[in-house]
Structures are given as C-alpha cells and as structure tokens.
Write a protein that binds this ligand. Structure first.
Ligand SMILES: [Zn+2]
Length: 275
C-alpha cells in the first residue's frame, strides 16, 4: 500500500505530466470510486473545460487542483495512475479516465477497487471528510517535538497503533512505522506511556529521517509509477526490517522477527528493539 513517500513520488511525477492540461471529457466505468458528488454527471460537468493547476499531497491523499475544484484521491491498496494516449486501449482495471484536449488521458487503475475520489470546491476540502481528521504532516513545521510529545500523553495504546493512526500523524503506514521504530530502537508493542523523553525525541527524528530518505530514493524511480507496468516500488534498497522475516538485522545480525501488532504484520529486531 502506498504511504507518504510513494504518494509524494506520484504527486511529483504527475505534476510533470499533467499540470497545464485541459479536461475535455471524463469517463467513469466504476462509479463507486467517485465518492463525491453522488451524481456522476455532476462530477463530469464540474471538471469539463477546467485546467489542472497544481498537485499537492496531504497524508496519503493526492489533491489535484483544477480551476476552482480539487479532486482528493486515495490509492488505498493498489490504485495507480497512468498517463497514456487516448488512442491506446485502456488496460484492464481502468476505472476513471480524464481525457485532455491534447488527446492524452490520465487513467486511474485499481485491481482491488478500494481507491476513492472526492471532488470539492477548492478550499472546502480540508474541513470535510476524508481530510478533516488528518493529523500533522511529519515534514512540516506543524509537526513539532513539543506537539508530538503532548499528544502522546494519556494514550493507552501501543506505539505502533498510535503511529498508524492518521489523526495522530498523517501519511505513515505499516512499512514506514516499522522502519521508524527500528531506527529509533523502540519495540512496536511498547505502551505509548512507557516511552522516555529521550525515546520520544529519537522516534520523532526517526519518523522524519525515514520519510525523507524514502522520498529521496523515490525521486529516482519516478517513471515506474505511471507507465511501463505501473508497479509500485517500495524502495526496497533501504528497507531495514519490513518484509525481512528471519533475515539478519543490518545493525546486529539478529534474525528479524515477524509478529502481529495492531492487526498488522509487524517486523522488528528483538535485539535492537527490546520490550
Ligand atoms: Zn538488530
């Protein structure tokens, strides 16, 4: 599932490919991807003739700005975008197509069909579902150590569950939570209240450095997101624990443990991350 760094990479790639293009048509073949408005023809009419101004990201959501409107798009498990010529037959699992006046198309593909799109008047998106409950962006000034610490107080959950909670911090998912916890040497099942001030600070720094590194690597594999086979790259080169069950920890050689925390497959080093 794409997390903050992958969505940021999609944002940067699409910015290069579609900003400035004018919408000539919208073709929807799987209505339930469009969550707002409920009337598909209204969705189409609101975008016809508009030009894409810019693309932003909030947490794991893409925000595509058209004249006066913003499309909030979540890729969920396997959603992806491609930009192709309108004359090319759409690949299987293509559900929404934005045709541009230059005969290219932005195509949304989603094998699992869990992805969503919400269309808002620009400016109304931040105070409406699904963006209204998102916590701070980890790479912005809003995400301060003081704020991070103060919002941990009285949390009765474990640290992995808290970091997965999008209202606590936006954009982290299973992979980067495991990676940040390993980097900070904190066991994923630790109660939030048991973290020392030193550990809180280490974790705060680890979240930011993990995300930054992943974005930096993503920048070099940009093209794979929107053309070719469209596969998502998860920046395997620098993954320390996620998906490495029984492989040696790069820090100490101890085999990586896989368990389930907060209902999610979780990887950690039992030596570097003691309970
Ligand atoms: Zn280790």
């Amino acid at each position: 599932m794409p997390e903050l760094p992958e969505v940021e990479t999609v944002k940067r790639t699409l910015t290069e490919l579609i900003v400035g293009k004018q919408v000539a048509d919208v073709i929807i073949t799987l209505p339930r991807i469009i969550q707002r408005p409920s009337d598909l023809e209204e969705f189409r009419q609101q975008l016809l003739g508009t030009t894409i101004q810019r693309i932003e990201r909030r947490g794991k959501f893409l925000k595509i700005y058209f004249d006066g409107w913003v499309l909030v798009s979540h890729l969920r498990m396997e959603g992806k975008y491609r930009v192709e010529d309108a004359s090319e037959p759409p690949a299987k699992h293509t559900h929404v197509r934005f045709r541009f006046s230059d005969r290219s198309e932005l195509r949304y593909l989603d094998v699992r069909q869990f992805g969503t799109m919400h269309l808002f008047k620009a400016g109304e998106e931040e105070t409406s579902k699904p963006l209204d409950r998102l916590g701070p962006e980890p790479l912005t000034k809003a995400f301060t150590l003081e704020n991070f610490r103060s919002r941990m107080v009285k949390r009765k959950t474990n640290i992995k569950a808290l970091l997965l909670n999008q209202s606590f911090v936006a954009g982290l998912g299973n992979i980067y939570v495991d990676e940040a916890l390993h980097h900070a040497k904190i066991h994923p099942e630790r109660g939030v209240a048991t973290l020392s001030e030193e550990e809180q600070e280490k974790l705060y720094d680890s979240i930011q450095s993990t995300i930054k590194k992943a974005i930096a690597v993503g920048g070099s594999s940009v093209r794979s997101y929107v053309d070719g086979n469209g596969e998502m790259g998860m920046f395997q080169l620098q993954i320390q624990v996620y998906g490495r069950k029984e492989e040696p920890c790069y820090q100490c050689g101890t085999p990586i443990t896989r368990t389930v925390v907060a209902g999610r497959g979780t990887h950690y080093c039992s030596n570097c991350q003691k309970v």
